[in-house]
Design a protein around this ligand. Structure first.
Ligand SMILES: C[S@@+](CC[C@H](N)C(=O)[O-])C[C@H]1O[C@@H](n2cnc3c(N)ncnc32)[C@H](O)[C@@H]1O
Length: 292
């Protein structure tokens, strides 16, 4: 790969997915894109770049998908799910007792372990949610991970990462060497492809947003832009949950940290200077919800 090829790919990835690669990540590009080039019958990355430059939209989207990091597992980092059970849900159940509905958005849900962990948490308190309408929306840039998430089928290795055995037995069905999330839990999660760089205002407003381990790959301006728009997508008394290495502190004051709960934030009511999307088109509003 020549230096101009690398610069072309860096810019393309920043523009299409927000991925902010430093100047020394050639090895990462090579390890992820060489297999893609070979699969397309091309000798190397320079030829892949030529194909993208000739306007092949499918090659561009394959390259963008290949460069995303989809690492996830059930109840990842544990603490956010403790916050969900111990702080978020008790407050929401009280605050929404009148309208009896709750909207949750996993804004980079990857292969589904995060939204299904939330669905299982909610199932565990289903007595308190009897008669409520519950929506969990899982979105991701990558269509490939969304397909896996929709199927809800995981290997033995994947269900052994983070998932308590009692939950495996209670909420999964074994088929051969694989495990599938039970249909009632799958039905609680809707899926939609969504690029966080694009406008998401039409999704409406959520009580809880999990946006974990994705902003870490973006540059500062992109993070600020997304935080500002996430604040508009969060109910004034709602919650934002970020990943362990992510924070709003020092970037924007549209969210404020929830006291003594690491990674948990609430809208501050401050107005963002600009909350226009970084790029792209609007997505249609989600309507369907599952009744408990
Ligand atoms: C490391 S995974 C995090 C999954 C999950 N939130 C967790 O914490 O376990 C990051 C996910 O973000 C997605 N992603 C990357 N760029 C994105 C973008 N611009 N818009 C939406 N999703 C994106 C990737 O496809 C990937 O599935």
């Amino acid at each position: 790969m020549t230096p101009p090829d690398y610069e072309y790919l860096r810019k393309l990835l920043r523009d299409h997915s927000g991925l902010d690669l430093s100047a020394d990540k050639q090895y990462l590009i090579e390890s992820r894109l060489l297999p893609l080039a070979r699969k397309a019958g091309l000798p190397g990355i320079s030829e892949l770049v030529q194909k993208m430059k000739s306007g092949s939209a499918s090659t561009i989207s394959q390259v963008v998908e290949a460069m995303t990091t989809n690492e996830t597992f059930f109840f990842r980092d544990k603490v956010p799910f403790d916050h969900f059970r111990e702080s978020i849900m008790p407050e929401i159940i009280q605050a929404r007792a009148g309208r009896k509905s709750i909207r949750i958005w996993c804004a980079a849900g990857s292969t589904g372990q995060e939204p299904y962990s939330l669905a299982m948490c909610l199932k565990e308190v289903s007595a308190a949610l009897a008669g409520w309408r519950v929506e969990i929306l899982a979105t991701d840039l990558s269509q490939e991970v969304l397909e896996k998430s929709k199927a809800g089928i995981y290997s033995q290795f994947e269900v052994q990462r983070g998932l308590p055995i009692q939950m495996l037995v209670k909420y999964f069905k074994q088929t051969g060497e694989l495990w599938q999330v039970n249909a009632d839990i799958r039905a609680m999660v809707q899926h939609r492809q969504l690029n966080l760089l694009h406008d998401f205002s039409q999704l409406g407003v959520f009580d809880v947003i999990f946006c974990r381990n994705v902003l870490i790959y973006f540059d500062q301006d992109t993070k600020i832009n997304i935080f500002n728009r996430l604040a508009k997508a969060t109910e004034p008394d709602g919650f934002l949950v970020l990943g362990a290495a992510e924070t709003v502190v020092g970037l924007t004051d549209v969210f404020k940290p929830y006291p003594e709960r690491r990674g948990l934030y609430r809208p501050s009511g401050a107005r963002a200077a600009s909350a226009k999307p970084a790029a792209g088109a609007a997505v249609p509003k989600v309507a369907a919800m599952v009744g408990f």
